[in-house]
Design a binder for this molecule. Structure first.
Ligand code: N01
Length: 555
């Protein structure tokens, strides 16, 4: 019995599609739209009950995007970007989810999305060049291609803390927040974790809770968002300039965000000039703080000037010197962990109802039914918020049992770290694409820019194969090995690997320490992908039918 028979042998006929897409977030939705444009049949499986991916799950208080909404939006439809009115500079989660739903309706995507359904297993039939996909509803589907649009930060990680299951109050994870309203009024709340999610939720929870205790293991750099309502004039300015803004984000910006690019390094300026530049960016707010100089992630001495500036700001904002000191990051270069963007995070520690607990010096020993016990002291809480992050980039892929050539699973292949060619495909897994996979800029960029680039590339590639009668496509080992080496080499020219970050897999015990995203910049990366395609998909092997089985003709 072939592996294929082993998952389809339930007596139910499999549904046949040209493409199965896993996930209906921004990647899966756009993928579906483009596949339809090719006249292909596609089925999207989504484990949630609605579209939106990360914005469907991350509903915690204060959740909003850290890329400006006018840029964190699809560019593929000019009508869409001209029509949609973002209300704030940084859109709150409910508005981004509304946008995702608007896109699903506007492009009539829902009929091809099956909600509340996980993809459990995918097995490649080498003889037929077909994937067989088993879903949580007990059914199977077949498809020539499988596209993993599973997201990079979608597998919420529960911390392994003794006694968590015995806590008698409610426990929430920021990445898996309930859909019903959560009320903290009058409660003593504990937040564990001070990454982007913790830093966004702490000020909002502090306003509701009777007391908030923040358990911090690592202090993080955070820049004020300076969020504000967008005026009609501001929106219009973007809309009029969208062609150039989008072009710049795709081709020139390293991180897919339109901003003015630095023309010098931090040490090229004297103290006063440098301080003035940091101050100007601090006042402007947002992620582009790191774009003030061109060597902040390359040169430790340059980086120190920015890190010191932010540390001084924290000391100015936080009244209690001891608390300020604890909040000043001191174990990683600024930017080497994803920089956070906040609204009044540091000032929140001036509130009488907020306590900061340093669990680096006094680690959490256990959670008891009514308290978090750290350093021999019980911090009583009625509810716990775990802002402890994700098994990033590979976690959601790893949850699917994917078998490629000769029964090798993707988890076996990636046991020592993910290996891909261009972050798009992995040797041994033909016709399996990953959108914003490890080895591509993905999480180092404006995700929607990178998603659109991958989806467009995959669409062109499938179209190329169809036009030439190719049935299977696979990265070559040589191309993959060279790409993995290149991704690593570029990472180690920067300061990023110096931090114990989720980029490195360092937040998951036992996960291999590999710098997962490609740090060469979205513009350079796009050019590489385009060149590969222009050379007839150099580094990929394409094969024709073992058995003739054609994709649907273009409509
Ligand atoms: O997760 P994180 P996140 N005991 O991994 C701590 C994106 N995002 O959800 O650093 C105690 O960054 C952990 O401590 P340490 C964005 O890309 C974007 O906040 O490991 N503490 C850390 O403080 C972001 O980077 C947006 O020492 C434990 C925290 O939990 C990414 O998602 C909003 C612990 C986890 O921080 C992830 O952010 C939100 C334990 N056992 C997220 N385990 C925006 O667009 C972990 N921690 C704004």
């Amino acid at each position: 019995m072939s592996a294929l028979q082993s998952i389809s042998g339930k007596g139910q006929p499999a549904e046949a599609y040209d493409v199965v897409v896993v996930g209906a977030g921004f990647a899966g939705m756009y993928m579906l739209h483009r596949l339809r444009g090719l006249g292909l049949s596609a089925r999207v499986y989504e484990q949630g009950s609605g579209v939106g991916g990360t914005w469907y799950w991350n509903r915690y208080p204060g959740a909003r995007c850290d890329v400006e909404s006018m840029q964190y939006s699809y560019s593929f439809s000019d009508e869409l970007q001209q029509d949609w009115d973002w209300s704030e500079r940084y859109a709150p989660q409910p508005e981004i989810l509304k946008y995702a739903n608007h896109v699903a309706d506007r492009f009539n995507l829902r009929p091809d999305i099956q909600f509340n359904t996980r993809v459990d297993r995918a097995v490649f039939d080498e003889a037929a060049n077909i994937w067989q996909v088993a879903t949580s509803d007990g059914k199977t589907a077949t498809a020539r291609f499988v596209v993993l649009a599973t997201g990079c930060l979608s597998n919420a990680r529960m911390p392994d803390i003794k006694g968590l299951d015995r806590f008698k109050g409610k426990v929430y994870h920021t990445g898996h927040w309930p859909h019903d309203p959560v009320e903290f009024t009058g409660l003593r709340v504990g937040v564990i974790g001070t990454g982007s999610s913790g830093i966004q939720s702490v000020p909002v929870i502090a306003e509701q809770a009777s007391h908030l205790t923040v358990f911090q293991r690592t202090a993080n750099f955070s820049i004020p968002a300076r969020n504000a309502k967008l005026t009609a004039e501001e929106r219009e300015r973007f809309r009029t300039n969208y062609p150039e803004i989008r072009r710049f984000a795709r081709e020139e910006a390293r991180n897919g965000i339109y901003t003015d690019l630095p023309d010098r390094g931090a040490l090229d300026d004297g103290d006063n000039e440098r301080r003035a530049r940091y101050e100007q960016r601090w006042q402007r707010g947002g992620l582009t703080f790191m774009s003030v100089y061109n060597n902040l992630v390359l040169d430790k001495a340059a980086n120190d000037t920015a890190a010191n500036f932010v540390r001084e700001k924290i000391a100015e904002i936080v009244s209690d010197p001891q608390t300020a000191k604890l909040l000043q990051p001191n174990n990683h270069p600024i930017g080497s962990k994803r920089i956070c963007v906040d609204s009044d995070y540091f000032a929140t520690f001036n509130r009488a109802n907020v306590t900061l607990v340093d669990i680096r010096s006094n680690p959490i020993e256990e959670i008891v039914p009514n308290a978090v016990r750290a350093g021999g002291k019980d911090y009583e809480v009625d509810a716990l918020v775990l802002a402890t992050g994700f098994d990033a980039m590979t976690g959601s892929v790893a949850k699917i049992d994917i078998s490629g050539r000769q029964g090798q699973t993707l988890n076996q292949k990636w046991a020592e770290g993910p290996k891909t060619y261009l972050g798009l495909m992995s040797v041994g897994f033909p016709n399996l694409f990953v959108i914003t996979g490890p080895g591509s800029p993905s999480v180092l960029s404006n995700m929607i820019v990178s998603i659109e680039q991958h989806v467009d590339w995959i669409t062109d590639c499938i179209s190329f194969m169809r036009d030439r009668g190719f049935e299977a496509m696979e990265a070559t080992k040589d191309a993959e090995d060279k790409w993995v080496a290149h991704v690593n080499e570029v990472a180690y020219t920067t300061l990023y690997p110096q931090a114990n970050s989720w980029y490195m897999g360092a937040n998951i015990p036992g996960k291999p320490r590999i710098f997962m995203p490609y740090i060469g910049g979205v513009g350079a990366y796009r050019q590489i992908c385009n060149d590969v395609a222009a050379k007839g998909y150099e580094g990929f092997a394409m094969t024709s039918a073992a058995r003739p089985q054609k994709l649907a003709a273009s409509s």
